[in-house]
Design a protein around this ligand. Structure first.
Ligand SMILES: *[C@@H]1O[C@H](CO)[C@@H](O)[C@H](O)[C@H]1NC(C)=O
Length: 323
C-alpha cells in the first residue's frame, strides 16, 4: 500500500563491458568493425543465394534465412552497446529493457529451431538420399522456416509474460551491456525464486533439448557418413563440420548462462558477446570460406556486377569521343 514501494523503476542502468576509458575506446572501434562485418557478410550471403538459381534448394534457403536471423541477433543490443561505449549515461528505459528481453528470445529461439531444421535437412539428404526430393521440398522448407519464427515468438512471449508482471522497485543496475533476463529477474522486489525456476524451465529446457537433439542427429549422420566412404561423403563431412562448429559456439554460451542462472559468473558477459557477436560473424566465414558452391556463386555475382559496370563505363567513354 506504500506508494514508494509500488513505484516502478523508470529505467535501468547498464554497466557495460568495462569501466576503463581506454578499453571502452578500444571496444568502440573493435565492435564497430565487427558489427559492420556481420551486416555486410550476412547480406552478401542473402544476396548470393537470392541471385543464384542453383542455390534455390532447402539447405541454402535456410542458410540465407539464418543469415537474416544473425543480422537481427547482432542488432537488438550491439548498436546500443557501441553507442554506450562513448556516451553517458548508460541507461535504458523499462520498456526498452523489456523489448531487448523479448527480441533476444525471439531471435535466439528462432535460430535454435532453424539450426535444428537445418540438421534435419542434412539428415534426410545424407541418410535417405533417394527420398530427399519427396521428403524435403520447398514447401516443407517454408513450413520449417515459418515454424522456427513462430516457436521463437511463442517462447519469447512466454518468458515476457511473467517478467513484465514482476514489480521492480529497488535497485536498477544491470551488470552487462544489455538487459539479460537472468540479471533483470534478480532485481525484482518479490522473491525471484519462482520466476527463476520458470525461466530455467522455459529457456534452459528449450536450449538443452534442442542441443541434445542436434547432437544426436549429427551423431547419426556422422555414423552414416563413416560407413560409406566416397568423394560425395567427404563433401558431406565438411558441411557437417561447419554445422557442428556453429551449433557448439552458439549453444555453448546460451546453455552456460541459462543452465546456471542462480549464480552470476564474471564470464557470463564474455559469453553473451559470443552468442550476439561471434556466432553471427562465424556463419558467413564458415559457409563462404568452406563452400565451393557459394564461392562460385559469389564469383559469378562479382563478374556480373563488375562487367556491367565496365560496359557502361566503356559506352560512356565512347559517347565522350563522339561528342
Ligand atoms: C527464407 O525462407 C523462406 C521460406 O522458405 C523463403 O521464401 C525466403 O526466400 C527465405 N529468405 C531468404 C532471405 O532467403
Amino acid at each position: 500500500m506504500d506508494p514508494v514501494n509500488n513505484s516502478r523503476v523508470a529505467e535501468f542502468v547498464l554497466l557495460g563491458l568495462s569501466s576503463s576509458w581506454e578499453l571502452q575506446y578500444f571496444f568502440f572501434m573493435l565492435f564497430n568493425l565487427l558489427y559492420v562485418t556481420i551486416v555486410l557478410g550476412n547480406l552478401l550471403i542473402v544476396l548470393t543465394v537470392i541471385s543464384e538459381p542453383a542455390l534455390h534448394t532447402p539447405m541454402y534457403i535456410m542458410l540465407s534465412n539464418l543469415s537474416v536471423l544473425d543480422v537481427f541477433l547482432a542488432t537488438y543490443a550491439t548498436p546500443k552497446m557501441i553507442h554506450d561505449f562513448l556516451y553517458e549515461p548508460k541507461t535504458i528505459s523499462f520498456e526498452g529493457c523489456m523489448a531487448q528481453i523479448f527480441l533476444l528470445h525471439v531471435f535466439a529461439g528462432g535460430e535454435m529451431m532453424l539450426l535444428a531444421a537445418m540438421a534435419y535437412d542434412r539428415y534426410v539428404a545424407i541418410c535417405k538420399p533417394l527420398h530427399y526430393a519427396t521428403i524435403m521440398n520447398l514447401c516443407k522448407c517454408t513450413g520449417l522456416v515459418v515454424g522456427s519464427w513462430v516457436i521463437g515468438v511463442m517462447h519469447a512471449l512466454s518468458q515476457l509474460a511473467f517478467t513484465v508482471n514482476l514489480s521492480f522497485c529497488g535497485p536498477n543496475i544491470v551488470d552487462s551491456y544489455y538487459c539479460d533476463l537472468t540479471l533483470v529477474i534478480k532485481l525484482a522486489c518479490t522473491d525471484p525464486y519462482v520466476p527463476e525456476v520458470l525461466m530455467l524451465l522455459d529457456s534452459g529446457l528449450m536450449g538443452v533439448t534442442s542441443f541434445v537433439l542436434l547432437l544426436i542427429s549429427y551423431a547419426v549422420i556422422l555414423v552414416t557418413v563413416r560407413q560409406r566412404s566416397s568423394v560425395h561423403m567427404a563433401k558431406a563431412r565438411s558441411t557437417l563440420t561447419a554445422h557442428i562448429i556453429v551449433v557448439t559456439l552458439f549453444f555453448g554460451p546460451c546453455i552456460f548462462i541459462y543452465a546456471w542462472p542462480f549464480s552470476n559468473f564474471p564470464v557470463d558477459k564474455v559469453l553473451s558477446v559470443f552468442s550476439t557477436v561471434f556466432t553471427p560473424i562465424l556463419n558467413p566465414i564458415i559457409y563462404t570460406l568452406r563452400n565451393k558452391e557459394v564461392k562460385s556463386a559469389m564469383y559469378k555475382l562479382k563478374t556480373k556486377y563488375v562487367n556491367s559496370r565496365l560496359l557502361s563505363q566503356l559506352s560512356l567513354s565512347r559517347l565522350d569521343l563522339l561528342s
